[in-house]
Design a protein. Structure first.
Length: 620
């Protein structure tokens, strides 16, 4: 029976080599774009591509696996499997065609072949042919022929034509089948722990071409087609396009494009700290108790606090995009799942980079999770430090404890050229709420553990700032603290549709803030999305590309916030908050139900907002 397993070994080796050949061809065709990149970094492309390649092979192995199991229990000692030659030959031809199409699409679009390109070819073939007319036809045909020939030649040397089975008992065969199914599942999923495999697993470079080369072309296309069901039509068509455009336009209209200047210098360093699950209820100032985050509460008295800020959504991926890109949530979906779309939204890191800032991102966990890495490396972050960057992996199942991440950032910033923009995303205040030392509030239940990890993160922030004060860059640095999202805990009383669940602190802190503004509390109602426009305005950097972000320090800005969860949304302004269930089409929360006219107005604003955001997402 062990001899028959060579069938899978050789099948696996063939496809690994085929994908290697495909990737090598892609790099050779684009050699001019990577000519100045060190050879070691180019070669790393093949290493970082392995996880997605293995996942794709797992899918390709499904049919051969079922045939193998049939033969295993058939009782035959020898089986002819010439059918596998035709199975592979069809796949080779198909994949080679996809590859040469991908080469040409990448040249024109800068992204890999995806569902959009397939739909373009199917629904508008004339336009597709017209676009293809600019492709180098002879090069395309030559590459296609060489890839097919190479694939068939590899197949001839690796793929078996016969299967030989030895005698074995039924229970041995049964165990083997279970192991093979388990192996197939692990290959497809990309492991048994953490999140399922995604494109970020292949991202490793600041050069987007190398990242795209690492992503398996066929896997990416398959995932794009599966995911495209969410991008074919807007599920949130509440109003006519003209009406929705009009309402949204009014929300962002300002009588005067100006700002209150709260900084002493127009070009400070900026450190953005995004704090895991740091809901407003953790701070005494915003409705919590005085013993959970005493250090943060003391910082509030020395900085500028925006006291009515709401998270864009209920998860870190949504908060990350909301804070860094000023892009709202999509209710049922998240733009991080579509790298080709995600790359088209702006990010504050790009604005800083384009204005001469050194940029970096620090996270103690796996940056591949939820495609964070794809976003980070495609938006001009010059340095990414994550869990894999630490010599010792000490922390929870999520990653390094916050103290290690803060310490690493300070060490690196001490060597950084100023001005710099650095982002740090904490994680210790995430379940399972693990700590390196004792739990301040015990660990009898999740509430106690959550309060303890929040207390720990608060102490890390305090220690971090105390160390930073001794550096030469501290006095010229603006610190921006904001949560990634709110949380049910510690009060354990806010449902997903209640605005209190999304209430988070936003604090600007540092010696670069003018004395008269230290300790000031700004009551403007706003969102995570507004960080980009607000911070950039202080540095006199244009934020016009952040169309969903508004400057909270512009006295003429309309105060409001939009948030959403799986299939619901909420809208809040200074007068009222209304949340709405998009499935049941019902109002779930209304802070002033007696005022029906105002309720209708808020609902129209919320619906227009979500409709337009989702439409923009579709059109990316």
């Amino acid at each position: 029976m062990s001899k028959s397993l060579l069938f899978f070994v050789r099948f696996f080796a063939f496809w690994i080599l085929f994908f290697f050949l495909d990737r090598l061809t892609f790099l050779i065709i684009n050699y001019k774009k990577i000519a100045v990149i060190p050879l070691t970094e180019i070669m790393a492309t093949f290493f970082h591509a392995i996880p997605l390649d293995i996942s794709m092979i797992g899918y390709l192995m499904v049919i051969p696996l079922f045939r193998y199991i049939f033969y295993l229990f058939s009782g035959k000692r020898e089986v002819n499997i010439k059918w596998l030659f035709w199975y592979n030959s069809v796949l080779i031809a198909l994949f080679c065609i996809i590859s040469v199409i991908n080469f040409n699409i990448y040249r024109e679009w800068g992204s890999k072949i995806n569902a959009r390109a397939v739909g373009f070819a199917i629904h508008t073939p004339n336009e597709a042919l017209a676009s293809a007319a600019s492709s180098p036809i002879f090069l395309t045909l030559f590459v296609l022929a060489m890839l097919i020939a190479g694939g068939l030649l590899l197949q001839r040397h690796f793929i078996l034509r016969k299967l030989n089975f030895s005698d074995s008992s039924v229970w041995q065969k049964g165990i083997l089948v279970i192991l093979l199914f388990g192996l197939s599942f692990v290959m497809i999923r990309g492991g048994v722990s953490g999140s399922p495999i995604n494109q970020s697993m292949a991202y490793f470079s600041k050069n987007q071409l190398l990242n795209n080369a690492s992503v398996n072309t066929e896997w990416n296309l398959m995932r794009s087609i599966i995911s495209s069901r969410m991008t074919k039509a807007n599920p949130y068509l509440f109003l006519s396009k003209e009406e929705a455009d009009s309402f949204v336009s009014k929300l962002f209209q300002v009588e005067k494009d100006t700002t209150i200047s709260i900084l002493k210098t127009p070009r400070p360093n900026v450190v953005l700290v995004i704090i895991e699950s740091f809901t407003a209820d953790l701070t005494m100032t915003l409705g919590g108790t005085p013993d959970i985050t005493p250090n943060f509460d003391s910082l509030i008295n020395k900085g500028v606090l925006f006291s009515n800020i709401y998270a864009a959504g209920n998860r870190t991926d949504k908060g990350l995009i909301g804070t860094l890109a000023g892009f709202p949530t999509l209710a049922v979906g998240s733009i991080v799942k579509w790298p080709e779309k995600m790359q088209k939204i702006p990010a504050i890191s790009q604005s800083f980079f384009n204005n001469g800032y050194q940029t970096s991102f620090y996270y103690g966990g796996e940056s591949e999770f939820d495609n964070y890495k794809a976003f980070i490396l495609s938006h001009n972050y010059q340095r990414l430090v994550d869990r894999n960057s630490f010599a010792e992996d000490k922390g929870t199942s999520w990653g390094q404890y916050d103290e290690a991440t803060f310490a690493r950032q300070i060490t690196d910033l001490n060597k950084e050229t100023q001005p710099f923009f650095s982002t740090l995303l904490t994680l210790t205040n995430h379940e399972p709420y693990g700590l390196p030392d004792k739990y301040k509030f015990g660990k009898a239940d999740n509430i106690a553990k959550f309060k303890s990890t929040a207390y720990y993160t608060d102490s890390c922030i305090n220690a971090y700032l105390n160390i930073a004060k001794k550096t030469d860059w501290y006095k010229n640095t603006l610190f921006v603290f904001i949560a990634d999202h709110g949380h049910l805990l510690p009060k354990n009383s806010h449902d997903i549709f209640e605005p209190q669940r999304y209430h988070i602190p936003l604090l600007l802190y540092g010696e670069v803030i003018k004395d008269e503004y230290r300790g000031v509390k700004m009551p403007q109602t706003g969102s995570q999305n507004d960080v980009a426009a607000t911070v950039l305005a202080q540095l006199n950097i244009s934020a016009k590309e952040f169309v969903w972000s508004k400057n909270l320090l512009n006295p003429y800005t309309k105060p409001f916030a939009f948030f959403s969860w799986d299939n619901g949304m909420g809208f809040i302004n200074t007068k009222q908050c209304v949340t709405f269930d998009n499935v049941g089409k019902t109002v779930l929360y209304n802070s002033n139900a007696k005022d029906t006219a105002q309720t209708d107005e808020i609902l129209i604003n919320a619906k227009s907002y979500l409709q337009n955001v989702y439409q923009q997402f579709i059109e990316f």
